[in-house]
Design a protein around this ligand. Structure first.
Ligand code: 5RP
Length: 225
């Protein structure tokens, strides 16, 4: 089974097992969240009433295509669920996110959800975080100063580019991708990074994930709490 099939299986399992009629759901970004949203579209066609809050402009477009009624995050006090992918997740359910550049909205929406579910293909579970470069969203003004300050935490950095231009997030900011060989103390690091002037948010999701839906040995879906 290839990765795409794994993403489809965990995404559809999340929607089928956790999404219930009348819920308001935080809709993640990326190729695994895609399958959650597609499945929710099918559930709506079959008669369910669901509302969604999108974590990115790309997800907004997909949700509209799938017939999901979108609402503004400011219209609700909390969300019933948020379901999203991750770049890495360890045994403590500490995750890194932001490979798709949507980490800020993803974190705001995960934080607003009563239950935050991560859907992960077989490549995402790790012993320790850090192999996948950690994305950090920074304001464009003085971004090279901010990047230098981030490097003091022992990583190599790159300003994310797309099509030869600096990548700009949905919030008008830049992303610094940070290669740590391994992140020893993710809890401390996320606090330290957010204390740097110019940093908007980092991609470490600590004590946020309630449920992990992953796939083992290419076939067996596991739901962990
Ligand atoms: C986007 C994200 C994604 O959830 C993460 O990059 C995983 O993506 P995929 O499901 O495509 O592997 O954080 O900002």
């Amino acid at each position: 089974m290839d990765r795409q099939n794994e993403k489809a299986l965990v995404g559809e399992a999340a929607a089928t097992q956790f999404v219930k009629d009348g819920m308001t759901i935080g809709l993640g970004t990326g190729s695994t969240a895609y399958y959650v949203i597609k499945k929710m579209g099918e559930m709506i066609k079959a008669g369910m009433t669901l509302k969604g809050v999108a974590t990115s402009k790309a997800t907004e477009k997909l949700a509209i295509e799938c017939g999901i009624q979108l609402i503004d995050i400011n219209e609700v006090e909390e969300l019933d669920l948020a379901i999203d992918g991750a770049d890495e997740i360890d045994a403590n359910f500490y995750a890194t996110k932001g490979g798709g550049g949507a980490l800020l909205r993803e974190k705001i929406i995960a934080n607003a959800a009563k239950t935050f579910i991560v859907v992960a293909d077989g490549s995402k579970k790790v012993q320790s975080l850090g192999k996948f470069p950690l994305p950090i969203e920074v304001v464009p003004f003085g971004y090279k100063q901010t990047e230098r300050a981030i490097r003091k935490f022992g990583c190599k950095t790159e300003i994310r580019e797309k099509d030869g231009e600096i990548f700009v997030t949905d919030n008008g900011n830049y992303i610094v991708d940070c290669s740590f060989s391994s992140i020893q103390n993710p809890t401390q690091l996320q606090q330290d990074l957010n204390n740097i002037v110019g940093v908007v948010e980092n991609g470490l999701f600590i004590d946020m994930v309630d449920v992990l839906i992953s796939i083992k040995e290419h076939k067996e879906i596991s739901v962990e709490y």
